[in-house]
Design a protein around this ligand. Structure first.
Ligand code: AHG
Ligand code: MN
Ligand code: MN
Length: 333
């Protein structure tokens, strides 16, 4: 029987019928529609005027690509249509985007987004992605407080990503397993294709931009050198795979086993990746798949964000590998 389970059907079956699961299913449905728009645009990028930069920089002082802007706009407009979403945090906006229409009066959810991850790969036809994480408001009443949108990842109710690759997949978790859906372009729906994705025990891959080696901490450089020999924790050399799109590197390692590393260095004292909409979604997912994510000192899910665009060093994948990095760097902070 060909796959026929879509995301909201899967969520509601798993959560039996509760009010919150219905609200979450509705929010996820908006994310699904936005992902279809971005997939459609990405798959024909060379034919439409969506390649290249948008001629401006974002709060990260990074050049915004047209597809960054398009993805941001599509996800925010679709999430705004949900009466359950109170606010959105996006890589492309300095501050929180708060929805104050009448129909948001009872809205209790916050969504943090990396609308388009891997921007440097857009123009060269390499996989890119979207990251998201959903929190439930902690404070009562309609006002959005900082404590509502700067919550640690352990409070998240749902997290996921979309990878726009040779096929477009949406992978999500509410903490009960990790489940992957593949977009069938003929039907225009994401259908369950990878139920209960679990991280393989064997950690055979390391993903790291080695061009920064001259800026690394010496202990870290030694650790990386060992991964290429039989002294690696797995007892044999790991193979190197690095796409430069976090979501695509994470997705491959989730399927094959391995560790992704983006350490701090002299140029990026807090690392490059953002805690709220890159680190937390993937830390939530890897935990549900049997792995672990750290900033080199502690569990990413326990970090209380200080601000919307806080950067962290990020290590994610098989727990023994990530804990080894913590032993190595833990006393460095
Ligand atoms: P974004 O496009 O959302 O800014 O994210 C880019 C990130 C991440 O996708 C990737 O892992 C990392 O940048 C690559 O950084 P380097 O080019 O420094 O390796
Ligand atoms: Mn990103
Ligand atoms: Mn991005």
């Amino acid at each position: 029987m060909s796959p026929i389970t879509n995301l909201t059907g899967h969520l509601l079956q798993a959560h039996i019928f509760t009010a919150r699961s219905l609200e979450l299913a509705e929010i996820l449905n908006q994310i699904v529609v936005a992902a279809k728009f971005v997939s459609h645009k990405t798959n024909r990028a060379g034919l439409t005027d969506i390649l290249g930069d948008a001629g401006k920089t974002n709060v990260q002082q990074e050049e915004v690509q047209k597809l960054d802007e398009y993805a941001h706009d599509v996800f925010v407009r679709l999430l705004k249509q949900s009466p359950y979403v109170k606010a959105v945090g996006s890589e492309e906006e300095p501050e929180m985007i708060v929805f104050n229409e009448v129909y948001h009066d009872q809205a209790q959810y916050i969504v943090h987004l990396d609308p388009l991850d891997g921007s440097s790969n857009i123009d060269v036809n390499v996989s890119v992605g979207t990251n998201f994480v959903i929190f439930h408001k902690q404070s009562l009443g309609q006002k959005l407080l900082k404590s509502d949108y700067l919550q640690p990842g352990k409070n998240a109710v749902c997290a996921g990503y979309v990878v726009y690759g040779s096929s477009t997949m949406l992978v999500y978790s509410t903490g009960k397993g990790v489940h992957g859906f593949t977009l069938d372009p003929n039907i225009g729906e994401f259908l369950l294709s990878h139920e209960n994705m679990t991280l393989p025990e064997k950690s055979e891959i390391y993903s790291l931009n080695e061009s920064y080696q001259p800026k690394w901490d010496k202990n870290f450089a030694d650790f990386v050198a060992k991964m290429k020999t039989n002294q690696d924790i797995s007892g044999k050399p790991k193979t190197a795979r690095y796409i430069g799109s976090l979501v695509a590197d994470f997705h491959r390692n989730l399927l094959k086993g391995g560790i992704f590393l983006y350490p701090a260095d002299k140029k990026h004292p807090n690392g490059k990746l953002r805690l709220l909409y890159e680190g937390i979604p993937l830390a939530f997912l890897i935990k549900a798949a049997g792995g672990y994510a750290s900033d080199g000192k502690r569990d990413v899910l326990k970090i209380v964000p200080a601000d919307l665009h806080q950067r962290i060093p990020f290590f994610v994948g098989n727990r023994p590998d990530v804990e080894l990095v913590e032993q190595l760097l833990g006393n460095k902070h």
